[in-house]
Design a protein around this ligand. Structure first.
Ligand code: TXA
Ligand code: MG
Length: 323
């Protein structure tokens, strides 16, 4: 049992990373559980701390596009997307370079690597100060909702990791958009914090969402029950029954005497994404009979919100899943 330090000291956090320790840190999307990507034992410790039942590949975080291109082979489209959206909530999957020193465990046996330059001053400072690339899955125990505050991380991982670098609540609130650039055309593996329309405009084409196959997920972390609160979720709710909590969206909220969180009273999907996981955490803590979720439009970040909500509502397959 570790004594988990809550700190704002980047130099201290970097020194823990350099010594093979685990430090959760803020990014613009969610908090990540960081470790030295070049250190096999540190990468293995990330899986152990999360309680991941299997080795799903991790995203490697670097401070600039040049560092990413030293690790992966970027086809033209990947280079264009990186130039346009990094730093930002976009993860690109490309082939590993032959000389790529990132732990093979981070790629979970695949020949590819997922890379991202996060848009957060503390994340970038930590990477630069540590002088290594950082693997970082979302900083939550397997099967739980992603953390958007240092307190969420502490509630889930205190005693299992060395430190949490506290940067306050994250701005975007849902994980990065993951795009595979391995084939002839880019494919969305996970809708996320970068809206589809922006990627499509930059790529000059419409993008396919990778087919969902729970037996062989193309993005292995995309198992149906990935984002599960304990409470059952009822999606598309226009009314609320007794005992249910309400996750509302927009100005027209059904009458309800019980617990309620409104993701965005004005109906703004960006605001809703930023509030999503914290609101789910708060409602889940009340242990309601179920959480009734109002309909949320598919536009912009609504695609990622609805993806996470569908997973949270899906039948639980935690034995084979992860988070
Ligand atoms: O916003 C984010 O992406 C956060 C912050 C901390 O950066 N990280 C995050 O990591 O969400 P994680 O481990 O929870 O999700 C990583 C996703 C998974 O769906 C995983 O399967 C996919 O990226 N992935 C990683 N490497 C891959 C690869 N080589 N091929 C396909 N998918 C990959
Ligand atoms: Mg996760």
């Amino acid at each position: 049992m570790l004594d988990t330090l809550l700190t704002r000291d980047v130099a201290l956090a970097a020194s823990i990373i350099k010594h093979g320790g685990l430090v959760a840190f803020p990014t613009e999307t969610v908090y990540g559980l960081g470790a030295d990507a070049f250190n096999d034992r540190a990468v293995a410790a990330v899986f152990a701390a999360k309680g991941r039942p299997q080795f799903n590949p991790l995203i490697t975080h670097v401070a600039d596009p040049g560092a990413a291109e030293a690790l992966g082979a970027f086809p033209a489209v990947a280079r264009d997307l990186a130039r346009r959206f990094w730093p930002g909530p976009l993860t690109l999957v490309v082939e590993r370079k032959a000389e790529c020193p990132v732990s093979l465990l981070a790629s979970a046996g695949l020949s590819s690597i997922a890379l991202r330059v996060p848009d957060h001053p503390l994340a970038l400072a930590l990477i630069r100060e540590a002088g290594v690339a950082l693997v970082a899955p979302s900083a939550n125990r397997s099967g739980c909702i992603s953390p958007t505050t240092a307190e969420h991380v502490m509630a889930s991982l205190a005693g299992r990791i060395d430190a949490v670098l506290d940067g306050g609540p994250t701005a975007v609130g849902v994980e990065s958009t993951v795009i595979s650039c391995l084939g002839d055309e880019p494919v969305i593996l996970r809708p996320g914090g970068l809206a589809r329309a922006l990627v499509e405009e930059a790529a000059g084409r419409t993008l396919r969402l990778a087919a969902e196959n729970p037996d062989a997920p193309s993005s292995p972390g995309q198992l149906q029950s990935h984002y599960a609160p304990r409470a059952l979720l009822r999606l598309g709710a226009t009314t609320v029954t007794e005992g249910e909590a309400l996750l509302a969206f927009g100005p027209d909220v059904p009458a309800h005497a019980g617990a309620m969180e409104n993701l965005s009273p004005s109906g703004n999907v960006n605001e809703a994404a930023a509030n999503l996981f914290a609101a789910l955490h708060r409602l889940d803590a009340l242990d309601p009979a179920a959480i009734a979720v109002m309909p949320i439009p598919e536009t912009g970040l609504g695609e990622a919100i609805n993806d996470r909500l569908r997973r949270a509502a899906a039948p639980r397959v935690r034995a084979m899943g992860e988070a």
